[in-house]
Each structure stands twice: as C-alpha cells, then as structure tokens.
Design a binder for this molecule. Structure first.
Ligand SMILES: NC(=O)c1ccc[n+]([C@@H]2O[C@H](COP(=O)([O-])OP(=O)(O)OC[C@H]3O[C@@H](n4cnc5c(N)ncnc54)[C@H](OP(=O)(O)O)[C@@H]3O)[C@@H](O)[C@H]2O)c1
Length: 377
C-alpha cells in the first residue's frame, strides 16, 4: 500500500470496547483516553455487569489509574442495539475466545466495524489478520464492501505479532525455516492469569494451542494477497511456548535459517531502518521505529524494555531485538513484545487508525473524517 493521505478531523469517531474490564480491554480504555481520532462512547463487559459504572465495575490493573472519563461511563450490554444507542459503529473486541465468535459475527453482520483480538476468525478467508507495519495490503480483503456493510479485522496472537514484526525486514534475505522458543508473561493468560501458587517459582512448558497458532498465523500474515484471498507463506516454523512468572512482556528466542549469504551488519541495518505505512502516515499510535535494536549483551528484558517505543502515545508499541548473531546462514536473536499493548490492544487500535486513514470507517452514524486523498491499495 503506498500513497499519501491527509485528513481533516471534523469530529471524533465514536467507538465501543467489548470485554473492557479485562486485561486487554483495560489497555484499550487507556490508549483510547485522549485519542485524537476516536472517542470512547460505549464500554461493555459481561451482560450481568450492564448498568454499572465502569470505574466501579473494573478491577483496574494498569499503572496510572482508570481514566476518569471512562470511569464515569455506564457499562452497556455487548449487543448491537446498546452500542448503536451510544452512536457507535466501530467496536474493539477484547472478548474471551469462547464468546467472541458469535458476538463478533452478529455485530459485523449488522454493520459494525469490528477490530478483534480474539482468535475466532483469524483463519476465516474473509477476515484479514493485519499487523499494519507488516501486511497493510491484507486490509484490501475488506475494502471492496458496500458502504454500510460491516467487517471484522483481526490482529494476531500476541507472540506471533512480535515475531512477524521482526521477520518482515528479513524477507528480502529469504527465510527458509524458523525455530522459536517463547517465554510468555502471566498477563497473556487474561485477568485471572494463573493461580499464584502455580506461577511462582515455576515455568510451564505448555500454552495450549499457542505453538500451532504461531506457525499458522505467521504464514498467513506473511502470505501474499491475490485479489480477495491470501496465499500463505511457506516457512517451516517450530515453536515451543512457555509461561514464565513475568507480569507483562513476551520474550522470544528465534533462530532463522536464511536462504542466501548475508552479513550481520546488513541485517542490523534492515532492522534499524525498518519503517512502514503507519510511520509514513504518522498514525497516532505508530512508534517512530517499530523495531529497536539493543546492543547490550543481556537485553532486551521484560522489566526494562517492555514499554519501548516513542512518542509517548506509542509506548509499548515497539519490539526490542537483541543478542543478534549470525553463523553461516543461521541467524539468532531474542525479541521482546509487550503482549497486551503491541500484542493486542495497540495493534488493534493501529489497525483502526489505518482503516480510518483509508476511509474505511467513514460511513455510519458518527462520520468523523473527510478523505482528501486516499491511500493506494
Ligand atoms: N491477554 C493477552 O495478552 C492477549 C493478547 C492477545 C490477544 N488476547 C485475546 O484478547 C481477548 C481478551 O483477553 P483478556 O486477556 O483481556 O481476557 P480477560 O482479562 O479474561 O477479560 C475478559 C473480558 O471479557 C468479558 N466477558 C466475559 N464473559 C463475557 C460474555 N459472556 N459476554 C461479554 N463479555 C464477557 C469480561 O467481563 P467481566 O469483567 O464482566 O467478566 C472481561 O471484560 C481474548 O480473546 C484473548 O485471547 C489476549
């Protein structure tokens, strides 16, 4: 996707958050507070919570406290009629996998634009799984819709998001195969996480379904869009995923077998210089540099590096890369991704910003942008 785009803010686009009291939902609420394009107009949690003030219902877990404008919102039911009543036609979903499929399908079927973190539709042929710096062209799967028609745009599983961001600049070198071992934070298991007694002093060498997702989703995201479908890439990926007693931030140890001869300085430059459409469009949640190389021998570390990314609105949106080494064609490195920001709410928000910049959120009851010069496709 190339081209320039200029937009003129008329009024903010009203958005809703489903699953807003959960770990990912809270990141949405935090990142949407003061957002230049979007205004939080509806928050929903489980149906039983409807009618309660968000600030009273939520067990806020992020630093800085619950933003007071959101705290005053009365929770609605996660239904089209309640969301519509709040003037919302764009919805961020942080719903549990068990309920996301049906609810998101109903909402998109009745005209809502749904940006989801749940896994229900990540392999659906009509639903793009988009990381804006990696495969913005996949958004083309939904751009041919009739005006007023709803859609679902998914983002990837949290560990996959960090991985594909690091792999994208390597594509030019040819990636033959990949081995990755992950060390994933407790918040990746949701608000209830793991019981403390199981997590403390422990490493759990299984995260059900995660290893398969990393392989499937990585190949789909790095795949080629041909008209209305995606032909997946064909990288052999072996993943081993472990849960570790860290609060936030997934660390991944990657070994990539490259196709051609290359020297390490070219690889470092490819990582360091990597910028893509969100940076060119200066989307509000885009980090100036999506990848940050750490030169120290013992970085990145979750406690020190999980909030990488500038400007302030993009904290936690950059992936940190360290321990780079090359032996023959075998490249090794360690990466760190903030699982609930870049791995979840932040990428979903960036997807919505990119969709707004392309005019895909224009129609609806809360029209917010005048498109002046559309992006190419
Ligand atoms: N955690 C991560 O790092 C991460 C990363 C990427 C993707 N994801 C995905 O993001 C989604 C949310 O994950 P999470 O970690 O934020 O989960 P979570 O902390 O368990 O939060 C779940 C949220 O869903 C609401 N909810 C529960 N049952 C519901 C129902 N029947 N109808 C409507 N809302 C319901 C809860 O509301 P109540 O407070 O009322 O119970 C809560 O707001 C999941 O699909 C997950 O796979 C998570």
């Amino acid at each position: 996707m190339t081209g320039t785009f200029r937009q003129e803010k008329i009024s903010k686009i009203k958005v809703g958050v489903l699953g807003s009291t959960g770990i990912v939902g809270q990141q949405f609420v935090r990142m949407l507070n003061g957002h230049p394009w979007f205004e939080t107009a509806a928050l929903a949690a489980s149906p039983a919570a409807a009618g309660r003030r968000y600030g009273d219902a939520v067990d806020w877990m992020l630093s800085g406290g619950c933003p007071s404008p959101a705290g005053r919102i009365l929770l609605c039911r996660p239904t089209g009629s309640d969301l519509r009543r709040s003037g919302v036609h764009v919805v961020f979903s942080a719903l549990p996998a068990s309920v996301a499929g049906e609810m998101e399908e109903d909402l998109s079927g009745s005209g809502f634009r749904v940006f989801t973190n749940a896994g229900a539709f990540r392999m659906h042929p009509g639903v793009p799984v988009v990381i804006p710096e990696v495969n913005p062209d996949h958004l083309g799967l939904i751009s041919g819709r009739e005006s007023g028609e709803g859609f679902i745009v998914a983002n990837a599983n949290c560990s996959t998001t960090g991985l594909v961001l690091a792999l994208k600049p390597l594509e030019g070198f040819g990636i033959r195969s990949l081995q990755v071992a992950t060390f994933q934070a407790l918040s990746g298991a949701g608000r209830s996480g793991l019981p403390a007694l199981r997590a403390f002093d422990n490493v759990i060498p299984l995260i059900p379904g995660e290893e398969e997702k990393m392989s499937r989703e990585t190949n789909r995201i790095l795949g080629r869009r041909e008209g209305g479908s995606i032909t997946p890439a064909d990288i052999e990926i072996t993943a081993t995923c472990c849960r570790v007693p860290v609060r936030d931030g997934h660390l991944e140890a990657v070994t990539a077998e490259l196709e051609g001869d290359v020297d390490l300085s070219r690889i470092k430059r490819a990582f360091h210089d990597y910028k893509a459409l969100p940076q060119r469009l200066r989307l509000p949640s885009a980090p100036r540099r999506p990848l940050i190389i750490r030169g120290e021998s013992d970085r990145p570390q979750p406690a020190l590096d999980r909030l990488a990314g500038t400007p302030r609105s993009a904290r936690g949106m950059a992936v940190s890369i360290g321990r780079l080494s090359l032996r023959g064609r075998r490249l090794r490195f360690v990466l760190l991704v903030h699982n609930t920001i870049r791995g979840a709410a932040g990428t979903s928000l960036l997807n919505a910003e990119m969709a707004a910049a392309r005019g895909l959120l224009d129609e609806g009851p809360s029209e917010g942008f005048r498109k002046e010069e559309p992006c190419g496709s």
